[in-house]
Design a protein around this ligand. Structure first.
Ligand SMILES: Cc1cc2nc3c(=O)[nH]c(=O)nc-3n(C[C@H](O)[C@H](O)[C@H](O)COP(=O)(O)OP(=O)(O)OC[C@H]3O[C@@H](n4cnc5c(N)ncnc54)[C@H](O)[C@@H]3O)c2cc1C
Ligand SMILES: *[C@@H]1O[C@H](CO)[C@@H](O)[C@H](O)[C@H]1NC(C)=O
Ligand SMILES: *[C@@H]1O[C@H](CO)[C@@H](O)[C@H](O)[C@H]1NC(C)=O
Ligand SMILES: *[C@@H]1O[C@H](CO)[C@@H](O)[C@H](O)[C@H]1NC(C)=O
Ligand SMILES: *[C@@H]1O[C@H](CO)[C@@H](O)[C@H](O)[C@H]1NC(C)=O
Ligand SMILES: *[C@@H]1O[C@H](CO)[C@@H](O)[C@H](O)[C@H]1NC(C)=O
Ligand SMILES: *[C@@H]1O[C@H](CO)[C@@H](O)[C@H](O)[C@H]1NC(C)=O
Ligand SMILES: *[C@@H]1O[C@H](CO)[C@@H](O)[C@H](O)[C@H]1NC(C)=O
Ligand SMILES: *[C@@H]1O[C@H](CO)[C@@H](O)[C@H](O)[C@H]1NC(C)=O
Length: 608
């Protein structure tokens, strides 16, 4: 019922009244919406780069003009391939952000597909920007016609911020320039000049592109866990944590200069000396909020060796009640006790904990002999795991790789399942700061809260789904790079963090809402228990629950007020906006309708 109503005339009639007190609210069907002639004229100002998206799943819909069985077979085969997904504007990495209410273009992996492929949240038109002038022209057109723009790079955003229905898309993903500068001088800025080993990347460059390019110059980069993420986009403007976090810091720590287009359409090169407030805000204050980033210039590092310890085991749980799972308690207590010394030594890690299994990867990138150091640091914990009667070891392997590239390829079996896309996913989370580890009493409280969280999730989920209860610890925080001068605007709690704790939920597109909602309530029940004893409440804005109520404090901490003032200075009309970003306009803004109970999916070009 809803599906039909919101694609047809009924939806257009509903949209006829413009929202009061908000700008850039013009919607298809309203008299303010540009005519086809105006779109054509605009297309010429962006060198023909205005495009109507083809939805990824549309070749699978007999009712679609794109219907094609062979192409559909390829789409189904590549549905979980992040690189494949990001080549298409008509997709997002996580499928729920392609949908709007009940409308979607899911190719029928779980349930029979809907009768029509809908654009859902995907913009009906987008500019595939190649040149800075494309961005300026798009901003000017959006301002002239009172249309909201949405910036999209790879579409990895966990809060769905790179897709918004009935907006004009501005795609940055095709801007893929890359340069290596062995010496670099920041523009008109002696303080930031005479730097060595600076990478310069366009807004659309992914980790995969950059790892390969800089490796050819003998350099490694502060990448994350997923090679298809756009490192200059949401990653590099919010934090950007990865295996080099404990030794080199976050991606934002590496930034030396940006080229940007501000909301007035002007191209600016910004750094510590030129527009330092804007530069600061874009070093951690979030994407799509202050300006459009064109080029990201950042510190890269000579390749080192990478030592790893991969551990994989099942658990014989003494009780189905996780609160009474003494095996997990022993493991979490042992790990927590050693954690600060590991982090101080530059060890990063990813630990997947389920009531009945453990998969751990500990990583030490360093010159010299990191393998011996890693073995030494983890010896006590290794003995605990390998001699524990409740743990059934599948494998426990130390290895050393010659470069970041070899490490990433070598640990593919670990990363692949932990970075799955082409499904719906959400990651309620908290940053766990060092004070929670400072005494055995604190560790006991932390461990108990995690076990209580897992148990609360299992109770919510019920027997059929309980085995999915999990906690993922990302030990990638910039613990050894304090940022004493506040050069970045990322949440200050990152500097005191030892674990970025995530309760991940994922399900196939088309899973019944009742099941999806149950899984989300399981995750939220777990986070409620885990966050209860924490003295610092903080979460990584890029990997968090979109429903967090206190998001200003949680995502930005004490920086929120300053960031908002800078946003208002550089973007006084709110040309840029996104969900629970600095200056978020609230659910009543039409661009957010798909998050709410009155969803209005995108109307297809040519809007009739
Ligand atoms: C599988 C997976 C693994 C991940 N692993 C990590 C990890 O290890 N470490 C980590 O830190 N994060 C990780 N992330 C989170 C990642 O940082 C965010 O999803 C991030 O938002 C991706 O940025 P993007 O530009 O690629 O994505 P998009 O969804 O395209 O954009 C994200 C946000 O940035 C804005 N934006 C994009 N380009 C620009 C631009 N040029 N100028 C201004 N704003 C822009 C968009 O409007 C949007 O609001 C992971 C995400 C996924 C899906
Ligand atoms: C914009 O112009 C290009 C080149 O002429 C054309 O291929 C494209 O279809 C046009 N876009 C739209 C939406 O008409
Ligand atoms: C993923 O997709 C990309 C882009 O289409 C393609 O080049 C690559 O081969 C695909 N990977 C796999 C494993 O099929
Ligand atoms: C990319 O590099 C080319 C060649 O130097 C240049 O013409 C173009 O403007 C650059 N693009 C961006 C977005 O900087
Ligand atoms: C150069 O930098 C100084 C501050 O270091 C600033 O006052 C001046 O406006 C800058 N000039 C240009 C052309 O950007
Ligand atoms: C799990 O164990 C705890 C502690 O023994 C107990 O308080 C709780 O009621 C148990 N939960 C269930 C569902 O039995
Ligand atoms: C680790 O190194 C320290 C200092 O060199 C040494 O005292 C200790 O015995 C080593 N521990 C193990 C388990 O090898
Ligand atoms: C861990 O072991 C399981 C069961 O054998 C296997 O399926 C999985 O791939 C292993 N994980 C890693 C990262 O080796
Ligand atoms: C950095 O910010 C903190 C508050 O987050 C403040 O206490 C401190 O004085 C600031 N330091 C500098 C050098 O501005």
């Amino acid at each position: 019922m809803h599906i039909k109503e919101s694609t047809g005339l009924f939806a257009l009639a509903n949209l006829a009244a413009p929202a009061v007190g908000l700008s850039f609210t013009c919607q298809p069907g309203q008299s303010c919406w540009p005519s086809l002639q105006q779109w054509d004229a605009f297309n010429k100002t962006v060198s023909g780069r205005l495009k109507a998206p083809v939805m990824l799943g549309s070749p699978c819909f007999p009712s679609s003009k794109d219907y094609n069985k062979d192409v559909c077979a390829e789409v189904l085969g590549q549905y979980g391939n992040g690189t494949f997904r990001e080549t298409t504007f008509g997709s997002t990495q996580f499928t729920q952000w392609e949908s709007c209410g009940a409308e979607n273009c899911y190719p029928g992996l779980v349930q029979p597909q809907a009768s029509t492929c809908s654009l859902g949240r995907i913009s009906p038109l987008y500019v595939d920007a190649l040149e800075p002038s494309d961005i300026s022209a798009t901003i000017a057109f959006a301002k002239q016609h009172n249309i909201r723009i949405v910036l999209k790079n790879t579409g990895h955003d966990y809060l769905g911020r790179s897709a918004a229905a009935n907006t004009l898309g501005l795609r940055t993903h095709s801007m893929k320039n890359m340069t290596f500068a062995s010496s670099f001088s920041a523009k008109n800025c002696s303080a930031a000049s005479n730097k060595k080993n600076i990478g310069i990347i366009g807004a659309g460059v992914t980790a995969e592109d950059a790892i390969a390019f800089f490796n050819n110059h003998g350099m490694m980069i502060t990448m994350g866990a997923c090679h298809t993420v756009g490192i200059a986009g949401g990653y590099g403007q919010s934090a950007g944590h990865g295996p080099l976090g404990p030794s080199k810091g976050l991606m934002v720590d590496q930034a030396v200069e940006f080229d940007v287009i501000t909301a007035d359409g002007v191209f600016r090169t910004i750094n510590e000396c030129n527009d330092p407030d804007l530069f600061w805000a874009m070093r951690g204050g979030g994407g799509q909020s202050y300006a459009v980033l064109v080029n990201y210039k950042f510190q890269v590092y000579p390749q080192t060796k990478w030592a790893t310890w991969l551990f994989n085991a099942t658990i014989t749980p003494p009780s189905s009640n996780v609160t009474e799972n003494t095996v997990l308690r022993d493991v979490l207590t042992g790990m927590s006790t050693d954690q600060e010394s590991w982090s101080k030594a530059g060890v990063a890690g990813y630990n997947n904990i389920l009531p009945e299994s453990l998969t751990f990867l500990e990583i030490l990138p360093a010159d010299g002999d990191p393998l011996t150091t890693l073995k030494n640091l983890t010896a006590k914990f290794n003995t605990l795991l390998t001699t524990h009667p409740g743990i059934n070891v599948i494998s426990s392997t130390y290895q050393q790789f010659d470069s970041e590239t070899d490490f990433f390829i070598g640990q593919n079996t670990f990363y692949t399942p932990n970075t799955a896309v082409g499904l719906s996913s959400s990651v309620p989370s908290r940053l766990i700061t060092v004070d929670n580890f400072e005494s055995s009493e604190k560790i006991d409280t932390l461990v108990t809260s995690i076990l209580n969280g897992l148990e609360a999730a299992r109770v919510q989920l019920g027997e059929a789904l309980a085995s999915g209860a999990n906690v993922f610890l990302l030990k990638t925080a910039p613990f050894n790079t304090p940022d004493a001068a506040n050069a970045t605007s990322t949440h200050p709690a990152w500097r005191k963090t030892l674990w970025h704790l995530v309760y991940g939920v994922s399900y196939e597109p088309g899973t019944p809402d009742s099941t999806a909602n149950l899984m989300m309530s399981g995750a939220r029940a777990a986070i409620d228990k885990i966050q209860a004893p924490l003295s610092v409440q903080a979460a990584y804005m890029n990997e968090a629950d979109p429903a967090e109520p206190d998001w200003q404090n949680l995502f930005f901490g004490e920086n929120y007020g300053t960031l908002l003032a800078i946003k208002k200075k550089w973007d006084p009309d709110t040309v840029l906006n996104c969900y629970k970003c600095v200056g978020y306009l609230g659910d009543q803004d039409p661009m957010y309708s798909c998050y709410g109970s009155n969803p209005k999916a995108s109307v297809e070009y040519p809007f009739n």
